[in-house]
Each structure stands twice: as structure tokens, then as C-alpha cells.
Design a protein around this ligand. Structure first.
Ligand SMILES: [Mg+2]
Length: 219
């Protein structure tokens, strides 16, 4: 039934970015190498001590707080003598796109409008999307555009902005709550991407190749 609906209605395929299109190394280098290095220099402590301290501060705030995602917030919080653009540009060569991404996007682009829905602030999208931008018609940042987490409200707003019914959009992402459940709650069709290959089941995929398969199967 679901598949039949998808066949008749699907217009847009939406993607999360981190962990879905690009690997987490870029983020990790910024949050767990660059920031603690700078904090260590500022406070005159070792990298190990600094890393512990920084992790503790990240965890205290937690991913349900918008500031958690905001590099500018952390630069101010730790009183670091750098700009966010310096940091983001420094690691740009480290942005890695998962190998199946571009072929899958090229395929899907022929039949669907492709969009991005990310939690991260827009400045993080710039280095990551350099090689991917051409495939996407729209990119939404929950934090920059809606001052919110990637919850069901955001997905509803995106479908309204695009003037497309929620059931005409398929969202794919690697976060169970912020991608899979939140999109589904808003009436989107959604797939949970588990690149660790540990979860199996309906609506769970282990690579984007499988998403292409699910869509093509019904086309
Ligand atoms: Mg993600």
C-alpha cells in the first residue's frame, strides 16, 4: 500500500547531510581536534585534558540544545582567538562524500527534485556541499532557517514552503529521531540509513544504493 502511494505521488527526495551524504570526519576534526587544540593553547593545558573538558561541555549542553550545533557559540564560550570561517575552511579538504552518493543523486535527479534538510547551521553546509550543490534544488538548515531542531514541525514547514504534500516527499537520514521519526510524524515517507549495518528491517537501509533500489522497484 505504502509502495503504491509512493509510486503515484513521490515528487521530492530529501537528504540529511552528515552521516548520510558526507562522513562525520569533518565534523569530528572540528569538534574533537581543532576546538580542543585551541582550548588547550588558551588555557595552557594538555590536549588530553582539554579534550575531556570540551567533551564534558558538549555533553552538558546536549544535542537538544540549538547552541550545541553552533560553532560561533563555542568559539565565544571558550573565548577562542579564531573565526568560525578560519576553522571551517581549514578542514575543507577533509570533507569526504560517501562513494555511492554522486551516482545515486545523478540517477534520482532525473525523476525527482532533490533537496537537503540538515540540522547544522548553514555555514557548515558551504564546505560540505561544494561538490554536491549542483544536484540539489533547495537546502534547508533547521537552525539557520527555522531556529529549531530537526523536528516534525520543520518537515511540515518545508513541505508547505515547497507547496508539496508531505506524502510526496521521501526523506533519508541517519538519525533515528531527527530524520526517520520526525519526518514520518510530519507525514513524509522516510528511510533510516544505518551505515553501521547493525539494524535491519522495513524502512531501514544500509547504503543509499538501497534507497535507489526501493524507489526504482516501484517505478
Ligand atoms: Mg546525520
Amino acid at each position: 500500500m505504502l509502495k503504491k502511494n509512493l509510486k503515484n505521488n513521490l515528487k521530492i527526495v530529501s537528504f540529511d547531510v552528515d552521516g548520510t551524504l558526507v562522513d562525520l570526519e569533518y565534523n569530528d576534526l572540528i569538534w574533537f581536534k581543532e576546538i580542543p587544540e585551541l582550548v588547550a593553547q588558551e588555557k595552557g593545558i594538555s590536549f588530553i585534558e582539554s579534550l575531556e573538558l570540551v567533551k564534558e561541555e558538549y555533553n552538558k549542553l546536549g544535542e537538544h540544545n540549538l547552541n550545541w550545533y553552533d560553532i560561533k557559540y563555542w568559539i565565544t564560550y571558550f573565548d577562542l582567538p579564531v573565526s568560525h570561517t578560519q576553522i571551517l575552511e581549514k578542514y575543507e579538504p577533509q570533507v569526504k562524500i560517501f562513494p555511492e552518493v554522486i551516482p545515486v543523486l545523478k540517477d534520482l535527479q532525473r525523476d525527482f527534485t532533490l533537496i537537503i534538510i540538515t540540522a547544522m547551521p548553514r555555514e557548515f553546509l558551504i564546505p560540505k556541499m561544494k561538490k554536491l550543490r549542483e544536484y540539489f534544488k533547495f537546502a534547508f538548515s533547521a537552525i539557520s532557517d527555522f531556529k529549531n531542531l530537526k523536528n516534525s514541525e520543520i518537515y511540515s514547514k518545508v513541505s508547505k514552503i515547497l507547496k508539496v504534500h508531505p506524502e510526496e516527499i521521501l526523506h533519508i537520514g541517519d538519525h533515528w529521531e531527527f530524520d526517520y521519526l520526525a519526518a514520518r510524524q510530519a507525514g513524509f515517507y522516510s528511510l533510516y540509513l544505518d551505515r553501521s549495518n547493525t539494524k535491519k528491517g522495513e524502512n531501514i537501509i544500509n547504503s543509499l544504493e538501497e534507497a535507489r533500489g526501493i524507489i526504482e522497484e516501484i517505478d
